[in-house]
Design a protein around this ligand. Structure first.
Ligand SMILES: [Zn+2]
Length: 467
């Protein structure tokens, strides 16, 4: 058996994860992510795919995030017609995220058409909702820790990665004619101590390791978060204002809700009403209710329709647009959590439009705000931002809490690697910006004394010959 890997994304950058395994004549694609961020990267989504998707024999997903799954509708549209393997929660979350991604692609194309800034007469989306829909029947979900054969002599096994619901570390077993070899893809690794998700599985040996390096160069402590959140809530209550929290619908909303709920249960903050105002966040919370075995928040009442970990008398889930708008009339004593987390679209915009100018209210950022976004401008202290084409004054209190990332930080990555009992034949450092990957390489080379490579985009490497 001869085995090669080619990096079709997630190399030298954090997005577009796509790793092509060529095993004799067979081809397996590990993750199928969209490139995001800078325009130069996003344009890669429009490039000709480096091979005919119909030639691929299987796709395996480590988790549902768009930078790992968001290219699937295009792959299927271009002829991929076989199974997509993932865990049960990943399949369910992928449906939510792909439908949202397709909607955004369509909106972007419509906007370009309206503004006339596209070179094309009728700008087309990268894919539409029908294309996303066509992916769903191909999702084949399996349990953690139940190895299955996906091709002749190729077995996969998912282990918990603790990054988002259902996120996995992937093991690929290759049964050569003389020996069996193991590849391990870390996927995105989560935090060692998370109030909701279990910590990442600690692997001890592999032949070839593919390790993510998002935070390869940064510590990101999280022990101050509860205290910081408490302070922001108390200050807002003191001013008789409302607290607005833009949050990602998947993972972050559930984490913030849970943190506030536990502060309230301990009487550390008043029992203010919490409004979860995002259909996507609500659909995601329902998956936490459904897939209880995949996280630590158990329903002590044994009632899935009223899951004690997510429900309380003061927690309100608002799905309808009409109820969302009613929230604008609340003058004080409420916490509103809405999406999108980067304030780029969605219901958070109308909340910001009404609350940024209210001096007693607070806006609290709990996630990364990329340069150029409204969130970044507000955090940087700009006195106004544009919303719905109007200039809106920022007069509310602006707060932010760091450390809420769903990624293992530098210290946690080191800890995870130090658990290996033997040295892999080779380690590929992926899913990181140059500086982060290089910092992790320094640790791997110098402290662990392993062989490591930071692979290049579109480059192929031989893993095994004649095994
Ligand atoms: Zn991720």
């Amino acid at each position: 058996m001869n085995v090669r890997v080619k990096f079709l994304g997630g190399a030298g950058t954090v997005t577009g994860s796509k790793y092509l395994l060529e095993i004799d004549g067979a081809k397996i694609l590990i993750d199928c992510g969209l490139f995001q961020g800078e325009k130069e990267l996003r344009l890669r989504n429009w490039d000709e795919f480096p091979l005919d998707p119909a030639e691929i024999d299987a796709v395996v997903l480590t988790h549902a995030h768009i930078d790992h799954s968001g290219y699937l509708p295009k792959l299927v549209k271009k002829g991929y017609n076989k199974s997509i393997y993932c865990t049960h929660p990943t399949a369910a979350l992928t449906e939510i995220l792909l439908m949202d991604s397709a909607k955004l692609q369509e909106e972007e194309a419509n906007y370009a058409a309206k503004k006339g800034y596209s070179k094309h007469a009728a700008p087309q989306p990268l894919y539409n909702t029908d294309d996303a829909q066509n992916v769903l029947p191909k999702l084949e979900s399996i349990e953690f820790n139940q190895p299955i054969n996906i091709l002749d002599r190729v077995k996969i096994n998912f282990l918990n990665a603790g990054h988002i619901l259902g996120a996995s570390i992937l093991e690929v077993y290759l049964e050569g004619s003389t020996q069996t070899k193991k590849l391990t893809f870390s996927g995105d690794l989560g935090r060692m101590e998370d109030p909701i998700l279990y910590p990442p599985h600690l692997c001890t040996e592999t032949d070839i390791l593919f390790i993510e390096s998002t935070y390869g160069d940064r510590s990101n402590p999280s022990d101050h978060i509860k205290e910081a959140l408490k302070e922001v809530v108390l200050k807002t209550v003191e001013r008789s204002g409302c607290l607005l929290i833009p949050a990602f619908a998947v993972g972050r909303t559930q984490l913030i809700t849970n943190l506030i709920k536990s502060l309230q249960e301990k009487n550390e903050i008043p029992m203010l009403p919490i409004y979860i105002d995002s259909p996507m966040a609500i659909n995601t919370t329902n998956l936490y209710r459904k897939f209880e075995a995949f996280h630590q928040l158990k329903d002590t009442d044994n009632d899935p329709s009223n899951h004690s970990a997510f429900d309380a008398q003061n927690i309100h889930y608002y799905k309808a647009q009409s109820s969302s708008l009613v929230l604008n009339t609340i003058r004080k004593g409420a916490i509103i959590i809405s999406a999108s987390g980067m304030c780029t679209g969605g219901r958070i915009l109308h909340h910001m439009y009404h609350r940024l100018k209210r001096k007693n209210d607070s806006i609290l950022f709990v996630g990364y705000q990329p340069p150029g976004t409204r969130g970044r401008k507000i955090l940087d202290g700009e006195p106004t931002v544009k919303i719905f084409g109007e200039v809106v004054k920022v007069e509310c209190h602006v707060e932010s809490i760091d450390g809420l990332s769903a990624h293992a930080d530098k210290d946690e990555l080191h800890k995870w690697l130090l658990n290996f009992k033997s040295k892999p034949k080779n380690t590929f450092i992926i899913h990181g910006e140059k500086k982060s990957s290089e910092a992790l390489k320094y640790f791997i080379d110098r402290d662990l004394k392993w062989n490591s490579v930071i692979p290049e985009y579109l480059k192929g490497y031989t893993l095994f010959e004649n095994i």
